[in-house]
Design a protein around this ligand. Sequence first.
Ligand SMILES: *Cc1c(COP(=O)(O)O)cnc(C)c1O
Length: 348
Amino acid sequence: MRETRTLVRPNILALNPYSTARDEYGGGSGVFLDANESPFDTGFNRYPDPHQRELKAKLSAIKGLPEGNIFIGNGSDEAIDLCFRVFCEPGRDNALILSPSYGMYGVCAAVNDVQVRELRLRGDFSLPSRDEILSLCDNRTKLLFLCSPNNPTGNAFDQDALMDIVSSFDGITVIDEAYADFSGKGSLRWKVLGTDNLIVLQTLSKAWGLAGLRLGLAFASEFIVGLFSEVKYPYNISGAAQKAVSEALERPIDGYVRDILAERGRLEAELLRHPSVERVYPSDANFLLVRTRDADALYSHLIADGIIVRNRSRLPLCGGCLRITVGLPEENDRLLKSITDYEKGHIH
Ligand SMILES: *Cc1c(COP(=O)(O)O)cnc(C)c1O
């Protein structure tokens, strides 16, 4: 196995990062004449903490990991982009992704001019074997993205199978756990403490209900968190977001998660009673992948009725499929009612 340091782009290893005078000061209140801010108190006239210390302390307590193993990004999307910028030489290195999965891995790869190698999940959405995965890698394969629970299929992968792949892939494995709070399989984030080549992503956009504040988390070795922190924009998390998230973290989400899981079960059962629905795939997330008789027709009907779901029918293995987020009970009822109306016109 290559040492993690040797996987990093040389220009990033050599980077002389931006630093602020306040880093050198380190104290609390003072007379701040260093950053050309306005002295007039607007609530936001000071630059925010570039190290997000208060947030990291709270997240450390919630997630059970040391602050030095936590990176906070402007959404998980920033952390995904940083994986490419830190590890992949544009035009030379490549990354392996499974399909169907989250679209941003491929978009970030393309933006960074990194070749993508794609491997299909099995027909039942389970993981290909470790050997199939490794056979697509070469010494220019720096990143492997595994999303569990997977978007859009909804299933979580077996944790032992995931760790088996992590320990045999000679590069950085990124496990995206955006939906882990909804899954009985739980999280692998603690594994980053003993595993140098693992990055686990989470987000506050889903179970925490804070998508509008843009906060993504990457758990990794102190070495990788250090590199991400040097490469990110210094003030990547705004003062408003740091303040609002810090307050939101005081309110537990267990009740919301329980409600979503109960609604997910009800929605699944109700959908299965509809003749336009062929199959509802098992979900470890806050959405259902639903195979329908005619995805385009149903999708258009729903849109015309003011109900927006995601048409995933053109993705590999997802023919006929719509991805439906679990909403409030009354929203789910509106969806079900609209499907009933659709069937009056289409199913005889
Ligand atoms: C929703 C989602 C995210 C979250 O992205 P943010 O930028 O944090 O909002 C990350 N990964 C997957 C697979 C997702 O579905």
